[in-house]
Each structure stands twice: as C-alpha cells, then as structure tokens.
Design a protein around this ligand. Structure first.
Ligand code: FES
Ligand SMILES: [Fe+2]
Length: 354
C-alpha cells in the first residue's frame, strides 16, 4: 500500500484509514506483529491470583500465555511446554506445579523444569537445562499486563494520571466477578474505533443516550490513552442501574478499555482473530459486597450492558461489510466528536510507518 496513507494528519483535516487496513490479510498479520505484540496486553487481575499456585490462562492474538502466582510474586510465561509445545494449563486454577497436559513434563511455578517422565533414559538429559521462557509483565491498579515484544512504553506511562483521576476508586481492591466473550464479524480496529466516539450514541444507542448528557460528552487525549466522560443524568429513572456519579471511559492503546462507573468496573479487550473477525472480552469487577447485594448489581448490570453491546455489535458488523465492499474511500472525521478515533489512528499510522 502507498505509505503516504500513513503520514501524520491534523484533526481538522483528518480522514479515516483506507479500507484495506480493515480487510486485508497481510494487514491483520502486520497488526499482530507491530501493534499487538509491541503493547501491554491485559491478562489477569490480582483478585484471581491471590494464592501461591493460582494461575490464569489467556491468548493474545493466538499466542497462549499463562500468568502464575509463584509464591514470590507474579510471573508470566508462554503456555507452551519445552518438550513438544503442549499446554501447561487449559484453564484457570491452582496447582503446586505446572504439569504439561500432553506427556506430563512437570515445572516448578517459576518455570524451571522439575521432572520429566522416562527422560532419565536419555543420555545427557538434565531437567536443569529446561525452563519456560518468561514474558515481561507488570501490574497497574491490580491489573496484570504482559508485553510479548520489546518495543513497549512503560506501563505507568500508558496509564499515566488515571489512578489519581479516579480516586477514591481503587481498582486493585475490586474483585473479578465474571467474564463475557463475544466473537464479532469485524476487524478489531472497527470495534475499537466505535468505542472511541460518542458521535454514534443518538443513532445506535437511544436508550443509553437518555442516561448520558450528549452535549456534555467530552474526550481528552493523552499520549497513550484517551478518556471519554459524561455526567450520568436521570439518576432517578428506573432503568439506570448505576446511580448518580460520573461515567469514566478510558481507552489505552491499542486494544484495552476500562469503563468505570459507580460501584462497577468493566474491562474490555479487543483481540484480533483474523482480518474480519475479533474477540471481545468483557470482565466485570465489583467492590467486596455482601453476596445478595452483589448478585443484584450483576443482574442489573448484565441486562443493561447486553443491550448496548448488541447494538454496538450490529453496527460494527455492518461497517465491516462497508469496508469490504470495495466502494469505500477514506472519509473525513468529525473534529468535534471523533478526536478519540483520530488519536487512535495517529498511533496506528505511527506504528505502520516504523
Ligand atoms: S509437550 Fe509437554 S510433555 Fe510433551
Ligand atoms: Fe456504542
């Protein structure tokens, strides 16, 4: 593709990205190599890793990883055995060691091989020579992130200022409660861009639009993240499960969102599957509450969130068809309402230029 498509653009004159970026297979692979691998990927929350031996499995752009409480801290590894590539765990759980599910090679929690069935008959085989390669990891506000590539900013720089801004909310004190996953027929960037603007609210989410004050909807941009907010209106109305307060919507480049509302935090991860499909993971976190109060909150929340999500899925899948139609050429962005989309596209352009 002509590299001039990836020159930096000013918001006032910005156009969206070319359709190929959303439909082309080679681009999907490029996204994985230059964007996803060289960024912090949300993998777990400390409430899932409280005890020694607790582990969480995850996949980032098809790459299997495992995050473990080793007793000395939290470490991340490829979930790939050194023998013939088997998985050390198939699901989240707790175990004293990590035993490969294929032939039973058994690793200490720190990744060092401990034993391997019948391998003592091999000349020169020594368990000390085999260790799982570690993946760089870091923790912010209780969330455990991994970075598969080397070209990543500091995690603290990506989330700079957010912890101070959301005080007194402290997400490290919340508890992981449930996960919803959606396979969506659109490129991962279509879903991200839809998240990054409130321009579509009146048209796609008339119900949500009643709760939020569209006129006051604002977007602020930082180097690696953007922030959207709107006061919650009509707190007294029956279908508002959130109570009064402010809704904070944070997006951290390239594919992580934190939706922070009173008494509820939801993280979203948008993971590419291929050029025209992505997986979106919603994880819900709540403060430590009595079980009945928590159950009520979750139920209200699920009903409301599911409606908004199905509206977003519908429009994103339609947009994907639009990009794949062969008719689309880059259109101008709305400077007032789409600065978050522009911010994301500028970070992408910069990654594509390098
Ligand atoms: S692949 Fe792990 S023990 Fe064989
Ligand atoms: Fe939406």
């Amino acid at each position: 593709m002509n590299q001039s498509a990836f020159k930096a653009q000013h918001l006032d004159q910005a156009s969206s990205l070319p359709a190929e970026v959303y439909v082309n297979k080679a681009f999907a692979e490029w996204d994985k190599q230059v964007v996803i691998k060289n960024s912090w990927q949300l993998t777990a929350h400390v409430s899932q890793l409280q005890n020694q031996g607790d582990h969480v499995v995850h996949e980032v752009a098809g790459i299997p990883v495992i995050v473990v409480n080793t007793g000395d801290g939290i470490q991340a590894f490829y979930n790939v055995c050194r023998h013939r590539g088997g998985p050390l765990a198939m699901k989240n759980g707790n175990s004293k060691t990590l035993m490969c599910k294929y032939h039973g090679w058994n690793y200490h929690l720190n990744g060092q091989l401990k034993s391997a069935p019948e391998m003592q008959h091999n000349e020169n085989f020594n368990v000390c020579d085999h260790k799982l390669p570690e993946i760089k990891s870091d923790i912010w506000q209780g969330f455990v992130f991994i970075a598969l590539g080397n070209d990543v900013p500091e995690l603290s720089a990506v989330y700079d200022g957010i912890a101070e801004h959301i005080k007194p909310i402290d997400m490290s004190q919340m508890v992981f409660c449930r996960r919803d996953e959606f396979i969506i027929d659109c490129n991962w960037k279509v879903y991200v861009e839809n998240y990054l603007e409130g321009y579509h609210l009146p048209h796609v989410h008339p119900g949500l639009n009643k709760l939020l004050d569209y006129k006051s909807y604002q977007t602020e941009l930082k180097q690696w993240h953007s922030y959207q907010y709107s006061p919650i209106e009509n707190a007294a109305c029956d279908d508002n499960p959130y109570g009064e307060g402010q809704a904070h919507y944070y997006f951290a480049y390239p594919n992580t969102m934190f939706n922070i509302l009173p008494n509820r935090v939801q993280s979203n991860q948008v993971l590419p599957i291929n050029a025209q499909q992505c997986k979106v993971i919603f994880d819900y976190y709540y403060p430590k509450l009595p079980a009945d109060a928590l159950a009520k909150l979750i139920e209200q929340d699920r009903d409301f969130s599911d409606k908004v999500q199905s509206e977003d899925i519908g429009i994103c899948e339609a947009v994907q068809k639009g990009y794949a139609s062969g008719s689309y050429t880059p259109g101008p962005l709305c400077a007032k309402r789409e600065s978050g989309v522009h911010h994301f596209q500028e970070l992408l352009r910069s990654a594509y230029r390098n």
